[in-house]
Design a protein around this ligand. Sequence first.
Ligand code: NZQ
Ligand code: ZN
Length: 397
Amino acid sequence: MQNFTYYTPTEIIFGRGAEKEAGRLAAKWNAKKVLIVYGGGSAVRSGLLAVIEAELDAEGIAWETLSGVQPNPRLALAREGVKKAVAFGADLILTVGGGSVIDTAKAVAIGAANPDTDLWDFWTGKVKKPEQVLPVGVVLTIAAAGSETSDSAVLTNEETGTKKGYGGDFVRPKFAMMNPELAVTLSRYQVACGVVDILMHTLERYFTPVEGNHLTDEIAEGLMRTIICEGKKVYDNPADYDAMSEVMWCGSLSHNGLTGLGRGKDFSCHKLGHEIGGMFDEPHGATLSAVWGSWARYVYRQDIARFARYGRKVWGIASDAAGDEEVALAAIRRTEEFFRSLDMPVCLGELGMGVQPEGVLQKMADSATNGGTVKLGSFCPMDAADMVAIYQCANHV
Ligand code: NZQ
Ligand code: ZN
């Protein structure tokens, strides 16, 4: 087991009516002026935004809003948010939404506390760490990205078509209200994207070269069995409160670090997916299901026994007659079948972007590897040529 630090400071209020704690929690953090960040309107239509505003009013806390966050959240809106937060004198950023909204709020929290530094300089690594960060609170409306407890924020620079993650423990939200009922208005497509993302956050930590983490393995396998079973239930019926509760809780635990303790993470599929999201504005979960099978077939020989364990422990593939390689390949097939059962794409041709010319695949690989200067992932470190090869495997209808 590798050394690790486990730091999950987010106070979680889970269950029906959780959003009604917004005022109390903001007051607990001594907030006097809150910038509420939300997306394209689902929180307005459901009446949730009005509830949050009323809760802040009841505590005598002033608020303003930043609206219009889009999926694959844009740098320009985050910059606008920084200006708004500074002008208002915000001392807490409260998000009402999912990963895109939370990540924009995290960016605003960094930018508003460091207004002399251009926001993107943090994301490119030009500036390593912010001096300070405003506190962020969350009202979660979709089980997916896990940003409500995670240490990262993913932004898209729309001028360059580059999508990048950045972070550290300093961006972990201070509190998160998680009411599974709020997710009932999600489209089935968004539910499916979320389920894929949650499974992927654990898979990206399950396949690493570090062995001998029995407890972490068991936690990860239990989480994956749960998201596969409950994720399908909630896709079939988004109003299934109990199933949505399981899925929402899986979402947080899948990406707060727990499922990778003692062995780090890989995250090369996320890199492959972020290039697609940045260039073609495809939904995050769909970019992951579209490339995972191609990644897995490209790398499984690196550790066939690990893939076989995944097949046996997560998919319950009977092992008596089958050898490890057979089980490993069956596990990859079963994962893709699961994605298909959620009507998620398993190749580039099933995404809106469609099949792409070779030059585009190369461009995405170059961008992800900083012009071929870095390798991605830890399970089977990949250079730009490996990435192109994986994109090629996925580049069909
Ligand atoms: O904008 P509105 O109108 O609210 O609609 C949103 C949006 O269109 C809708 N939605 C959310 N809750 C809803 C709802 N519609 C109806 N009812 C509700 N209750 O869902 C759509 C997608 O929202 P988004 O926030 O984009 O979803 P998600 O949570 O999947 O976030 C995806 C983003 O998070 C990033 C992804 O790359 C992507 O940009 N990620 C962030 C991570 C992190 N910070 O730790 C880790 C992840 O790996 C991921 O990269
Ligand atoms: Zn993800």
